[in-house]
Design a protein around this ligand. Structure first.
Ligand code: BGC
Length: 532
């Protein structure tokens, strides 16, 4: 029984603490293992850049005399993955509710392996593209459901840090892809592209087999009405006896919250349950439609920061300056800065909170991008001359300054918006729409990833908009928009259980959310209702 004031429903601090069971190291290890799914994401988006530049691969796809892929071939090979991941992420929400979070991730690994086998076996465009589409579906499943799974099993105090671990694995995946393709790019045989592609099977096997031994999310079982299974799963994720009073109290809270939500939302069929994600008023921060739009736009804004411009195009871009002797090495350095900076976010996200993190991150990124752009239009990238057919920068130190600010920009991204967007989409949705909300948000990440990858060559190419480093004015302006966005729309979810996040969004606006403290629990509200 909870200690509560019968009139106000305010419950004692010890009851508020009971909404989550204490956690053992083994339980932490379970959560951390799941973040391994990020390796897929990073590696799969990272390796294709390297492979496309390989001589053997170019000749295989475009003919023996080709020195580069035709634009439509390159665009098809790159973008088909995003199409697969976009669809995979959308379907994943339904599968995760129907078959469970864990099963959907394991299924994603299996689908991914099939896609990788097709790509490895390919010796031409068609099979390669089909393989990438299939692998993309698998990556879509994994990328959407891992975030959902991790947010649902992680203890509240370290949930942000643990989901940031997923982002850390994304950055390691990107780095691994860069290193492996660097190692094989000069092979004059099919091993040049087959090795980097086939290696991914290893990530899928580790994640898939490992997950078979991990427990299902207890919140999934509650949604399915399987309370006893939820109890066992919760016991395992917290490292406690399933019949202990700790597990009992946490289970009660999750169950009471779900019952509360069910009372608030009408029973509907399949279409109706999708429409539920868009129900309520856009003006109300606690409505489902607002949460769905928040998740979708968070991932959109994350892509709008321009980070993938640096990861996808920095090599080409730096080549154009004539000041950098080894552009590949430079982009490897950006990738390294990304990996080494991300662990700071484990601390930032729990110390300063999600809201401040996104706010300060956007400020930092905007400043760096405007500086890069300003140097570019005055003395840097845009000012080159050609000597004996070689492009030389007029001002090498200006280009170096730009490179330094791009690296600082990556630091800001890696410590704030990179992990922050993933952390928040796992936290803002109520259980009734959580799997779909996370799926829609992840699909939005892949959609904008694709759009930005697609339009960038047109923005910077000399035969098109020819913005050169002026493109950083655009990314800077979009980051300035992220500042306003974070200030007005992003709530603080640090230190709350997912059920308390629901309560908080019901009671205060995002701007006041950082000061919000829970005063009651769903279990005690239910208790009060039953006694009334
Ligand atoms: C983004 C990716 C990006 C990566 C870089 C992720 O959070 O969603 O698009 O390439 O971070 O580390």
């Amino acid at each position: 029984m909870s200690k509560q004031d019968t009139e106000t429903g305010v419950v004692a601090a010890e009851t508020l603490d009971r909404v989550e069971a204490p956690v053992t190291w083994r339980a932490y290890a379970i959560c951390v293992f799941a973040s391994f799914g990020g390796i897929f994401f990073g590696y799969d988006s990272g390796y294709i850049g390297g492979v496309q530049g390989m001589d053997y691969f170019i000749k295989m796809i475009s003919g023996p005399d080709a020195t580069e892929l035709l634009s439509w071939q390159s665009s098809l090979i790159v973008s088909i993955l995003s199409v697969g991941t976009f669809c995979g992420a959308l379907i994943a929400g339904d599968l995760a509710d129907y078959f469970g979070r864990r099963f959907t991730i394991v299924l994603g690994c299996a689908v991914f392996i099939v896609g990788v086998i097709l790509q490895t076996a390919s010796a031409g465009l068609v099979l390669l593209v089909v393989g990438r589409a299939v692998a993309g579906l698998g990556v879509g499943f994994v990328s959407a459901v891992i975030v959902l799974y991790m947010s649902e099993i992680a203890p509240k105090k370290v949930r942000g840090a643990i989901v940031s671990g997923y982002q850390f694995c994304i950055t390691i995946g990107l780095l691994l892809a860069a290193c492996v393709t660097y190692g094989t790019e000069n092979f004059d045989n099919a091993g040049s592209y087959r090795i980097p592609i086939a290696l991914q099977i290893l990530w899928a096997l580790i994640l898939g087999i490992g997950l078979m031994f991990l427990p299902e999310s207890p919140r999934y079982f509650i949604k399915k009405g399987k309370v006893e299974e939820a109890r066992k799963a919760l016991g395992r994720v917290r490292g406690q006896d399933p019949n202990s009073h700790y597990v009992e109290a946490e289970l009660n809270e999750i169950r009471a919250n779900h019952e509360y939500e069910k009372r608030m939302t009408p029973e509907t069929g399949y279409i109706g349950s999708w429409l539920l994600c868009f129900s309520g008023s856009v003006g109300l921060a606690s409505s489902n439609v607002r949460k769905t739009l928040l998740g979708i736009s968070l991932q959109m804004m994350q892509q709008w920061t321009g980070v993938n411009f640096v990861f996808y195009y920095s090599t080409i871009f730096l080549k154009g300056t004539g000041a950098v002797s080894n552009p590949f090495l430079m982009s490897l350095i950006f990738t390294l800065v990304n990996v080494l900076s991300t662990p700071f976010s484990f601390w930032f996200v729990e110390r300063f909170g999600r809201r401040s993190m996104l706010l300060w991150g956007a400020i930092g990124m905007a400043v760096c991008e405007f500086i890069v752009a300003a140097i570019g239009v005055t003395v840097g990238f845009n000012h080159t001359h050609v000597v004996n057919g070689v492009t030389i920068a007029n001002n090498i130190s200006a280009v170096n300054a730009q490179i330094a600010f791009i690296a600082i920009y990556i630091f800001f991204f890696a410590t704030t918006w990179g992990p922050g967007a993933w952390v928040l989409i796992g936290e803002i949705f109520p259980l009734s729409i959580r799997s779909r909300g996370v799926a829609l948000s992840t699909a939005s990440n892949w959609f904008w990833n694709f759009i930005i990858g697609f339009i960038t060559p047109y923005l910077v190419g000399s035969q098109y908009a020819n913005m050169q480093s002026g493109v950083f004015f655009l990314w800077g302006a979009l980051c300035a928009l992220c500042i306003v966005y974070a200030y007005f729309l992003v709530p603080e979810t640090k230190g709350l259980t997912l059920e308390q996040v629901d309560q908080m969004l019901d009671e205060v606006s995002p701007r006041k959310s950082a000061a919000w403290k829970p005063t009651t629990t769903f279990a005690s509200m239910e208790e009060k209702q039953t006694t009334a």
